[in-house]
Design a protein around this ligand. Structure first.
Ligand SMILES: Cc1cc2nc3c(=O)[nH]c(=O)nc-3n(C[C@H](O)[C@H](O)[C@H](O)COP(=O)(O)OP(=O)(O)OC[C@H]3O[C@@H](n4cnc5c(N)ncnc54)[C@H](O)[C@@H]3O)c2cc1C
Length: 454
């Protein structure tokens, strides 16, 4: 490959902060809000023009699961729970102890309000480019934007990019995809449609739940290419009764770390979205008049880099509903793995028994080989299968809140993230309504706790 040599240059340091959060998705906002509330000078760098990641820029107005699997026992508290309540209370959605469905524009506004209350500074339209590393310690980041190439110095950096961009640039060992095939889960471009008669659609879905027959019929008639074979998600909120968010497109073999692949996948998924709308109009009662409202800023990425951390969460940990000394919260979603090489779901998918939940250890946020850095969200340290469950938004928020809290405690104690006082971290999380152990679950689900903040 040909190359050009870039001239060495001085990069201005435009900010010096205590905590730099890179990426403002569900993990990033929780990290930033937690650090900000503990008094750390906190900056969020985000490539798009809003907070929320997949929940907003990715067009996905549905967050789950706040409860243990197939149960109403709530196992998530803290900032992710606060986001759910606040977006519903503001009139942009509805929350029901398991999930929250919302208008993505409303979520953007609520998150910006929360950022202001927590004293977090935001820098949108800015892409993380390089880690600034001194010795084996991350001390900041180089970013690129319309303002040019700039440096931000930070006492602690939290990588919430989903893709582990900071960790990889800082030299952390990472894994990508299924350990056997190397493939990642497919990408999905969400889309929002209007003109839906939800009552009739629900009746149709109620009498003929096997919507998959619709896709089969449409595919046999040549009305749809065979990119999908299962029902997937329709997300509806009573605040916009004629609109539905659709999780249906599927693009395999695309690498989210490659701009050409992202471009190809987006173009293909948009084509699939329009094809889907034509099928809805022709085959689904209540959708005869539906139309495209929007596709989001970005195609949804289910999987890319995962760091190698001090601990790696595994399928066995999940299936064994393992508890950890350094628990920071709970996960409870099924092992949701979309077929890595075709339509439908993967054979590694696992639907557990009702009540399924497992603890998330702090060590999966701590990279093995670099100091000064925490990693939260989709790129934390887990196997491909464990990530199938851990990747959902409440758990990304749980990890983010723990990372932000840990960074603030490290700042106070002058220690590295791997040396944080875990007992102190857990006490701080508990004091903020985070559910980290059985006692917290009991308290959060006691009849007198209904409607309380925990
Ligand atoms: C199609 C789809 C459907 C899903 N369905 C559900 C569901 O129903 N319920 C649920 O709870 N979860 C669902 N998930 C999972 C969940 O949305 C993601 O795993 C979760 O959002 C990951 O959170 P995160 O904060 O780690 O990353 P993201 O949400 O991806 O956020 C990362 C943020 O970092 C920013 N960023 C990335 N790189 C850079 C950079 N270099 N510089 C600056 N900014 C950067 C991004 O713009 C983004 O805002 C779904 C995911 C997909 C893709």
């Amino acid at each position: 490959m040909q190359s050009v040599r870039e001239a060495a240059r001085e990069v201005p340091v435009v900010e010096e902060v205590d905590v730099l959060v890179v990426g403002g998705g569900p993990a990033g906002v929780a990290a930033a809000f937690a650090a900000g509330r503990l008094g750390a000078k906190t900056l969020v760098v985000e490539q798009f023009n809003c907070l929320g990641g997949v929940a907003t820029a990715g067009g996905h107005g549905h967050i789950c699961l706040y409860s243990s699997w197939d149960s109403s026992e709530r196992v998530v508290g803290g900032i992710p729970y606060e986001m759910a309540r606040r977006v519903a209370e503001a009139g942009y959605g509805s929350y029901n102890t398991r999930t929250v469905d919302f208008e993505v524009e409303g979520m953007k506004l609520v998150l910006e309000e929360m950022a202001g209350e927590c004293g977090c500074e935001l820098l949108y339209h800015t892409m993380f480019s390089e880690a600034v590393v001194e010795g084996a310690r991350v001390v900041g980041a180089i970013v690129e934007s319309k303002s040019g190439r700039q440096a931000i110095r930070a006492r602690y950096v939290i990588d919430c990019t989903g893709d582990g961009d900071v960790a990889a640039k800082a030299g952390c060992a990472c894994d990508v995809g299924d350990e056997e095939s190397g493939h990642c889960q497919p990408m999905t471009l969400m889309f929002q449609i209007g003109g839906v008669d939800w009552q009739r659609v629900s009746e149709f879905r109620g009498t003929d739940y096997e919507l998959a027959h619709v896709w089969k019929k449409a595919q046999q008639a040549g009305d749809m290419r065979p990119f999908q074979s299962v029902i997937m998600g329709w997300w509806w909120t009573p605040t916009r009764p004629d609109q539905v968010g659709v999780n249906f497109t599927h693009v395999n073999f695309a690498d989210s770390l490659d701009a050409r692949d992202l471009t190809r996948a987006t173009i293909e998924a948009r084509r699939q979205a329009y094809e889907t709308i034509d099928v809805y109009r022709k085959y689904i009662p209540g959708m005869e008049e539906c139309y495209m409202i929007s596709t989001p800023n970005t195609i949804g990425i289910r999987e890319s880099r995962r760091i190698r951390g001090e601990y790696t969460l595994t399928r066995d940990d999940l299936v064994g509903m393992r508890e950890f000394e350094d628990t920071i919260g709970y996960g409870s979603f099924f092992i949701d793995i979309h077929n890595v090489s075709g339509p439908g779901m993967d054979s590694k998918t696992l639907r557990p028994e009702p009540g399924f939940k497992y603890q998330i250890p702090y060590r999966i946020l701590v990279p093995r080989d670099v100091e000064g850095l925490l990693v939260a969200g989709r790129c934390a340290s887990a196997t491909h299968e464990a990530l199938g469950s851990l990747r959902v938004m409440p758990q990304c928020g749980v990890m983010g809140e723990a990372a932000g809290t840990a960074a603030a405690l490290c700042l106070e104690a002058g220690v590295e993230p791997r040396a944080v006082d875990v007992g102190r971290l857990q006490a701080e999380l508990k004091s903020r309504g985070v559910i980290i152990d059985a006692a917290d679950i009991e308290a959060a689900n006691a009849p007198e706790a209904a409607g309380a903040d925990r």
